[in-house]
Write a protein that binds this ligand. Structure first.
Ligand code: HEM
Length: 500
């Protein structure tokens, strides 16, 4: 009979053998990387749970190069070629189900559909709502909320001016929630004709507050998925109250969808393109609900992150802010002139947003895809079939080998450049914040329109200044699938009040 000691020795011996195999005999043993990360998945999980994974990957890439082994069966890429190697149109690299698969019994959404044919059906049904033509019809919806943002900020500034008796210039405002209020309200209206009323009430809708926690929880669920036994145990341990909260969260979106489907009046929102003749839906209701649940986050939190990051870099670089302010205020006579068409070709505004996207990508880490049958060469390294492989925008965009003064905010690198410029050799094509190919961002036109309109209107109406003792350091933010933003406290004053 086996003694207790030998029962303990067997799993230990198994773990030791696995570590030896992973480190020296695994088909990925030739890929550079730290031994501890190659031997077991624990360092990866630890980084994921602490929210430091993006920075840890960046550190590993600086040390080991553009292709790094970050777990026994996983490789991280920080190289522009990775975009075409992994994500180009009709790429055979499918999403890794560990991260994406929907929970058993739940319908697929646009993001969770791994099968390319299934994904193509959902994407095709949604795509008419995301074209430049659709966006033109949606402009009044966007403008309504950008104007409301401006109005709310004016109210804050005026209230403070009265309070201080005009002695101090402007008021301290945490801009982080204001960008979120605006983008969530816009998506609510654009998606299902019902905003979250955040700007109206100047506070988060409870659905959004809950969302931030659930994105964080998703990191934990993903961590557990690497250990199927642990996953099933954890799933059983979820308290009923938490399960109910998760269900209610989903149900609120399902209710919004249902209300929108019941409308008699039509407006040119995304949903309008999904309702066919006689009210027939272009997608099964379950998939529609699941897709709008995900879309609400993808379509709001991302844009708000770039806006927060970009304004942060602007206030910390007052000379760049002054150039942009000059461009905006010299182009427009009044705030009503600021339309989607009118802001599209402002060179410095576009350069600023491109630089914001480079330094503050809201998807700083592309979740893994799987290397297809037969293996593939990625960034000049051969990887066997089944390897999990991800691209790291955050590391890539801040790589000093790819960009001159890589971690400095320099919008000029996006303007037309002479060969004598130190930025001439910048690898601009490596910056693909909306990804590439069949699974690239559908909201790219909406996102650009929102970012241009919001920045242009804010800078036309207000002066923004950094509050040095409350500076936000973007490099210190944690990532739980998405970036965990912190308050961006800035001093805001109204241009009108100064002119008076
Ligand atoms: C600056 C803002 C944004 C950035 C940087 C961004 C970036 C991205 C990226 C990188 C992906 C690919 C994710 C992956 O494959 O792992 C993606 C997917 C997606 N994004 Fe965006 N996004 C932004 C805003 C938006 C907006 C405003 C919307 C909608 C209104 C939107 C809708 C989508 C959708 C539907 C997908 C999934 C596409 C598919 O799987 O076929 N995004 N986005």
């Amino acid at each position: 009979m086996l003694s207790i000691a030998s029962l303990a020795v067997i799993p230990l011996a198994y773990i030791l053998l696995r570590v030896i195999y992973n480190t020296w005999f695994h088909p990925l043993a030739h890929v550079p990387g730290p031994r501890s990360w190659s031997a077991t998945r624990l360092p990866f999980i630890w980084a994921l749970l602490r929210g430091t994974i993006v920075h840890d990957f960046q550190r590993l890439h600086r040390r080991y190069g553009p292709v790094v082994r970050t777990a026994p069966d996983e490789v991280s890429i920080s190289d522009g070629d990775g975009w075409t190697d992994i994500y180009s149109a009709n790429s055979p690299f499918l999403k890794d189900p560990t991260w994406w698969k929907s929970q058993p019994g739940h319908p697929d959404s646009l993001l969770s559909a791994i099968n390319p044919d299934k994904h193509a059906i959902i994407r095709k049904a949604l795509s008419p709502g995301f074209t430049p033509r659709a966006l033109r019809a949606q402009e009044p919806l966007l403008q309504k909320y950008v104007n409301l943002l401006v109005q709310r900020l004016h109210e804050r500034v005026e209230k403070a001016d009265i309070g201080y008796g005009g002695k101090e210039k402007g008021v301290e405002i945490n801009m982080t929630p204001w960008f979120n209020y605006t983008t969530f309200d816009i998506f609510g209206e654009l998606g299902f004709g019902e905003s979250f009323k955040c700007l109206e009430h100047s506070q988060y809708h409870p659905w959004i507050s809950l969302l931030f926690n659930s994105v964080k929880a998703a990191s934990f669920v993903a961590a557990a998925r690497f250990y199927p036994l642990l996953e099933s145990l954890l799933m059983r341990l979820i308290p009923p109250a938490l399960r109910k909260m998760q269900k209610d969260h989903f149900q609120q979106i399902a209710d919004k969808v249902q209300r929108r489907l019941g409308w008699e009046l039509q407006q040119p929102d995304i949903m309008s393109h999904l309702i066919g003749e006689g009210g027939k839906l272009e997608l099964p209701l379950g998939e529609l609900n699941a897709t709008f649940m995900i879309l609400t986050t993808a379509g709001s939190e991302t844009t708000a992150t770039v806006l927060t990051g970009t304004l942060n870099y602007l206030v910390n670089n007052p000379e760049k802010l002054a150039i942009l302010v000059d461009e905006v205020r010299s182009t427009f006579h009044g705030v009503l002139d600021i339309s989607m068409d009118a802001v599209r070709n402002l060179p410095y505004l576009n350069a600023v947003i491109n630089e914001g996207l480079r330094l503050c990508p809201p998807v700083p880490w592309m979740l893994p895809r799987l290397v297809p049958g037969g293996g593939r060469v990625i960034s000049r390294v051969w990887l066997p079939e089944g390897t999990r492989v991800s691209l790291q925008p955050y590391s890539l965009y801040r790589d000093p080998k790819k960009f001159h003064q890589a971690t400095t905010f320099i919008p000029e690198r996006w303007l037309p450049i002479q060969p004598s410029s130190p930025f001439f050799r910048d690898d601009r094509s490596a910056v693909q914040p909306f990804s590439m190919g069949t699974r690239s961002c559908m909201g790219v036109y909406i996102a650009w329109a929102e970012m241009r309109l919001i920045l242009a209107k804010l800078l036309f109406e207000f002066d923004f200044e950094c509050i040095h003792e409350k500076q936000l350091r973007w490099e210190e933010l944690r990532t739980f699938l998405l970036v965990e933003k912190r308050p961006l406290e800035v001093r805001v004053s109204s241009v009108k009040n100064q002119a008076a």
